[in-house]
Design a protein around this ligand. Structure first.
Ligand code: NOJ
Length: 735
């Protein structure tokens, strides 16, 4: 009954159902005081007390809600908790504008999927969309309206700990993944009760932090910014993303939270974005240490005038916006526009129709960890694994092995496979590798587990027992890498070797001469030269989420033939960073016979594992690369065809990759750029013809005048299994 009264009150001013959303916003705006308008732009963080299952006492916050002085919370979730706060907004605040609740659901709420970097290695946007859809379903059931994801920052520097949250180094693949996640979270209709608003972040250039050090300065050209770093954001906007989050970094002297160029000229004017932008945590306040604002008042003015609509936790808008507007320092139109954007999203979510539609404890109970979602985490996990090495076909293993030693600090870790940003993921939900192998093999195989050493630290005390276990076994599965907290926000690393004594541990086990499979769990490329040279089989398993152990066992025993490909280059040593496949030629490309060319005199230029690399238990042969024509004009297209043959013994999937190089332009062009790919399933002995269409769109770039155009001339086309192992052909674009 109460609900009906509340809604009636609301519709007494929004009145007719048939008004357009914009008209409804106008009516709401016309009733709001300046303080209430500012309230819509204020976001605070609640805190979840897992012990008592309540929102931590936030009496101040509750008072603010009742006064209409807060528009959104982050870190408040749970059907009951969100209902309680929403009721305060609906029953006690003058205008009864619903709150919007957001959380960092980066790869799942409770049912944790692989980290985004791992998911990108599937090269399957449809699967990634499905993962996001299921994450949204679980999140929405717990009262959430909004996830601060996808993180679409391109990263060319694995020292940067947040590389784990994105889709790697490539703007094309990154754009497809961005689109997939936006569609997955937001679904077909934002008003559905299992759709949540997505948030493309961090806008923009955050991944290019100097030295890979988090929050550090960025200085890149506008061309690189647009061509590489902005591409996935643009794709997210085109896919209809409802919100964006600003970034902490500056570019060329302008902190991005104060960048009118970026937040207004590019985002709103060029791209037509209609949603709202939330700041990153206190990033408006950080305009002070950046040195562009003297105090919080100046910071607030800079932030809102640049185009940041909602202030996360800086209290800059809360403390200063109303006063700035009242004194005529900020135009009321600027304030109104930001409020309009926030209300628009609340309308789209259907919150004005039913503010409690996400607060359903029964649905929450039924949805969290339901079997459909949990099964999907396993499916995505096994498809995210990348096989880096498989000498003499050591893998897949036979299921009749009598004794296996499962060693290493990550072999039985219940916590680390959750990875960073695991929302409400719980160690008790995680299947470890030891458990996954037991599930797979039952009692027929004896499994001896020894930790051997910790991820970090110097203790070698566990070595002897682990060595003994290896000696007694037929095969060793060695799980090493980084703990989940090592690849995350504020977790930049200067060394990319295995931390602690893990490499030494691997070397000791290697001395037993037992066959070894190294399973890596990590959130970034690591420099694993010794392992790569000496250990016969290596699986890159990243952080795979709650079904980690089962998924790894599926791959180790051939129940799933690995099909993942790297989306980020593995350097040999840190000194090669930044290292990425789509680099420029330079005026002196490396030439072994000429000293004065671009190279390291103490190390080769090439990576340890290139972008796009990943093996299968079977092998694929590429042949007959052909083009439908060798010349095209801008209205035409060329069909590229290649035959791919499964030349091995197992059925398997291959990601067939197409790269293009523009040989001469008004500006320099990368040595190659990924422009398309297809994942195909082939039976042993089967050949499939794989086609790609090249249109003018694939040939465009920012020319010398910063126009996004194609230029006539000669192009190379490359097709193959990774960014280095390619067949090639040529064509010309004519105008
Ligand atoms: C800071 C992080 O940079 C951002 O990615 C995250 O969404 C916010 N904190 C909120 O937790």
């Amino acid at each position: 009954m109460k609900k009906i009264i509340i809604l009636f009150l609301f519709y007494s001013f929004t009145s007719a159902q048939n008004k357009t959303v914009e008209e409804k916003i106008d009516s709401v705006l016309s009733l709001m005081t300046i303080d209430e308008k500012v309230g819509q732009l204020v976001q605070y963080s609640g805190g979840w007390d897992t012990g008592t299952q309540t929102v931590r006492p936030n009496e101040d916050h509750e008072k603010l809600i009742s006064q209409g002085k807060v528009g959104s919370f982050l870190n408040v979730f749970g059907a009951e908790a969100t209902k309680r706060l929403q009721k305060i907004a609906l029953e006690q605040s003058r205008l009864k504008i619903p709150l919007i609740f957001g959380l960092d659901v980066i790869h799942g709420f409770r049912s944790i999927f692989p980290v985004p970097l791992a998911e990108s290695c599937t090269w399957e946007p449809d699967l990634v969309e499905r993962s996001a859809r299921l994450q949204a379903t679980e999140s929405a059931s717990t009262g959430l309206h909004w996830t601060f994801n996808p993180m679409v920052d391109i990263a060319r520097d694995p020292r940067w700990g947040r590389i784990v949250e994105g889709s790697g180094e490539d703007p094309y693949l990154g754009s497809l993944m961005a689109r997939a996640r936006v569609k997955g979270y937001q679904g077909n209709n934002l008003a559905d009760n299992n759709s949540i608003i997505a948030c493309a972040k961090h806008f923009a250039g955050y991944g290019a932090a100097e030295g890979g050090r988090d929050y550090n300065t960025v200085d890149i050209s506008e061309r690189t910014f647009r061509e590489i770093y902005l591409k996935p954001f643009h794709a997210a906007v085109e896919a209809g993303v409802g919100t964006l989050m600003g970034s902490f970094n500056e570019i060329g002297g302008i902190p991005q939270s104060a960048s009118h160029f970026l937040l207004t000229d590019v985002l709103r004017k060029e791209w037509g974005f209609k949603g709202f932008v939330v700041s990153d945590w206190n990033s408006i306040g950080e305009l002070i240490p950046h040195g562009v604002a003297k105090n919080l008042e100046e910071a607030a003015k800079l932030g809102i005038e640049a185009g940041i609509d909602m202030d996360m936790e800086a209290s800059a808008y809360y403390n200063h916006l109303a006063d700035l507007v009242n004194r005529g320092k900020i135009s009321i139109d600027v304030l109104n526009e930001s409020v309009r954007r926030v209300l628009r999203i609340k309308f789209y979510l259907g919150l004005f129709d039913d503010p409690f539609k996400y607060c359903n404890a029964d649905l929450e109970k039924k949805t969290i960890l339901n079997s459909e979602i949990v099964n999907a985490t396993r499916e995505v996990a096994k498809r995210s694994i990348v096989l880096l090495k498989n000498e003499n076909q050591l893998l897949p293993l036979k299921k009749n092995i009598s004794k296996i030693a499962v060693l290493g600090p990550l072999a039985n870790s219940k916590d680390d496979p959750l990875g960073p940003w695991a929302a409400q993921g719980k160690p008790e939900d995680v299947i470890t590798v030891v458990e996954g192998l037991k599930n797979k093999l039952g009692n027929k195989t004896e499994i001896i587990y020894e930790e051997g050493c910790k991820v970090d630290g110097n203790s070698r005390e566990g070595f002897p027992k682990a060595i003994q276990a290896a000696k007694e076994s037929d095969i060793v599965i060695l799980c090493v890498g980084e703990s989940r907290g090592m690849s995350a926000e504020a977790r930049s690393r200067a060394y990319l070797d295995l931390p602690g004594v893990q490499e030494e541990f691997v070397k000791e086990i290697y001395k037993t001469r037992k066959p070894i499979v190294v399973v890596l769990m990590n959130g970034r490329p690591l420099t694993i030269n010794w392992i790569s040279q000496n250990v016969p089989a290596i699986l890159e398993a990243w952080y795979l989420g709650i079904q980690s152990g089962n998924a790894i066992a599926d791959v180790l025993f051939g129940d799933y033939n690995p099909s993942g490909k790297l989306t980020t280059t593995f350097p040999r040593y840190v000194g090669q960073i930044p290292i990425y496949y789509n680099h420029k030629m330079t005026g002196r490309p490396h030439d072994k016979s000429n000293f004065y060319t671009s190279y390291y005199f103490d190390l080769e230029n090439t990576p340890l594992y290139p972008f796009g690399f990943g093996l299968s238990y079977t092998s694929f042969k590429y042949s007959n690369l052909s083009l439908s024509q060798n010349k095209m004009n801008i209205n035409e297209s060329i069909t590229v065809t290649v035959n791919v043959t499964n030349s091995g013994k197992y059925e398997g999937e291959e990601v067939v990759q197409l790269y293009i190089r523009d040989l001469v332009g008004s500006v320099t062009r990368p040595v190659k750029e990924l422009k398309d790919f297809k994942k195909v399933l082939l039976k042993p002995g089967e050949t499939k013809k794989v086609d790609f269409i090249i249109t003018e769109e694939k040939l465009k770039f920012y020319d010398v005048n910063m126009n996004y155009v194609s230029e006539p001339g000669d192009f190379k086309v490359f097709v193959g299994t990774n960014s280095e192992d390619l067949l090639e052909a040529s064509f010309a674009l004519e105008k």
